[in-house]
Design a protein around this ligand. Structure first.
Ligand code: FAD
Ligand code: GLY
Length: 381
């Protein structure tokens, strides 16, 4: 077994797998280590929305990153299919962000102005227009914003396609390999210690999601990440109930291939367990029924939960650690890790190759000042 690589990536979720793919494409000698099965964490729980405009965002840097990442999906879907044979299920039919209250109507009209100023498309759709587009929408809808470019993918397939494509390009993928410590000498990375022994490497990328490891703390790096549990369920119908994603406050419905409809998701802060609660699913069902009453006649498929990796300021950590040469972090993608996975892979590969990242990532640097008020409350060691 080879025990020496240029780069070791810790975490086989969508973020670690995308970074492995982009580095392998550059011809780097990479190993990806996952403590369980690939994509066993949040990356399999995700609904797969590419919500660059539909998800709320206050940070301009984040909005820019999200839109850049969304742009990459059509070509990426083709490339990943060629390398891995996996179809990531990209659907580009847009998202309807619906308003149920007068306050939401006002807020969404402001949102449209913001998107138009940013050079993006976003159209106000009246109640009648919304129901012409999606006849199963209820008459409680007051209208909504139609966002043409916010599509969706099959999240677990995207993760696996990144990992398999990386392997086809020469990366080594190791499942059930837990990294227990990162080894340094004179302030530089020299390797990692795993449950299967030591691996020598010059660079390490930590992409462990909400992983409760002390890997960074051992190196004196404090980057708080706390879990926000999300529960989802899916149903099936003979004829699809929706063509487009319907996004509302408290609930979204994402139509997948084969008449599947994924409904998500709850937000349970500081929960490390992944059980599905009756209360969580009941609240989603009520919201979903309020939006699309015909869901009551659908056939139940399944329910699941996953842990979103949240940071105190809501922005991911992307960059190299000051004071430890060769240590990189790509964690904390919260509600948007699927959307942000292609651009994260690209910019991390740029950084590691010593090139300026193709998108500004200063706002995501590891040594930024985090919202101090949230730190004590939310940090999980
Ligand atoms: P993970 O997928 O959690 O992967 C981290 C991996 O690291 C895990 O597999 C873990 O086992 C491994 N690991 C941890 N420690 C170690 C170690 N010491 N050694 C080896 N391996 C280790 N995002 C979107 O863009 N669109 C959506 O529609 C969307 N919907 C969501 C719905 C729900 C219900 C949830 C929960 C999340 C959703 N997200 C969505 C968010 C998205 O899923 C996450 O942001 C993303 O999956 C994070 O990816 P990750 O690779 O950082 O983490
Ligand atoms: N982005 C959807 C979610 O996190 O639930």
């Amino acid at each position: 077994m080879n025990t020496s690589y240029e780069i070791a990536i810790i975490g086989g979720g969508v973020i670690g797998s995308s970074i492995a793919y982009h580095l392998a494409k550059q011809g780097q000698k990479v190993i990806l280590l996952e403590k369980g099965s690939l994509a066993q964490g949040a990356s399999s729980a995700a609904a797969g929305m590419l919500g660059a405009q539909s998800e709320e965002q206050e940070s301009e840097a984040f909005f820019h990153l999200a839109r850049k990442s969304r742009e990459l999906f059509p070509l990426l879907a083709t490339e990943l299919k060629e390398y891995s044979g996996i179809d990531i299920g990209l659907v580009s039919k847009g998202t309807l962000k619906v308003a149920l209250t007068v306050e939401q109507v006002k807020a969404y009209q402001k949102l449209i102005s913001f998107h138009l100023r940013a050079g993006e498309q976003a159209d106000w759709i009246s109640e009648n227009e919304a129901r012409t587009m999606e006849p199963h929408l209820s008459d409680q809808i007051l209208g909504g914003v139609y966002i043409e470019k916010d599509g969706h993918v099959q999240a677990p397939k995207l993760s696996l396609a990144f990992a398999k494509s990386a392997a086809v390009l020469g990366a080594v993928i190791r499942e059930f390999a837990e990294v227990r410590s990162v080894l340094t000498q004179n302030g530089s990375i020299i390797g990692i210690e795993t449950n299967e022994g030591r691996i020598d490497c010059e660079r390490v990328v930590v992409a462990t999601g909400t992983g409760r490891s002390d890997l960074l703390a051992q190196l004196g790096l404090s980057l708080p990440i706390f879990p926000v549990k999300g529960e989802c369920f899916s149903v099936t119908t003979h004829a699809p109930l929706l063509q487009r994603t319907v996004f509302a406050e408290g609930c979204y419905l994402v139509p997948k291939a084969g008449g599947r409809l994924v409904v998500g998701a709850t937000m349970v802060e500081r929960s490390f367990e992944r059980s599905v609660s009756v209360a969580g699913i009941t609240s989603l069902l009520m919201e979903a029924r309020r939006l699309v009453p015909a869901i009551a006649n659908a056939t139940w498929e399944s329910a699941w939960a996953g842990l979103r990796p949240q940071t105190p300021d809501g922005l991911p950590y992307l960059g190299e650690a000051a004071g430890c040469k060769g240590l990189y972090v790509a964690c904390g993608h919260f509600r948007n890790g699927i959307l942000l996975s292609p651009i994260t892979g690209e910019v991390m590969a740029d950084l590691i190759a010593g090139k300026p990242p193709r998108v500004p990532i200063d706002a995501f640097r590891l040594d930024r000042t985090l919202a101090a008020a949230n730190l004590q409350e939310k940090a999980v060691k």
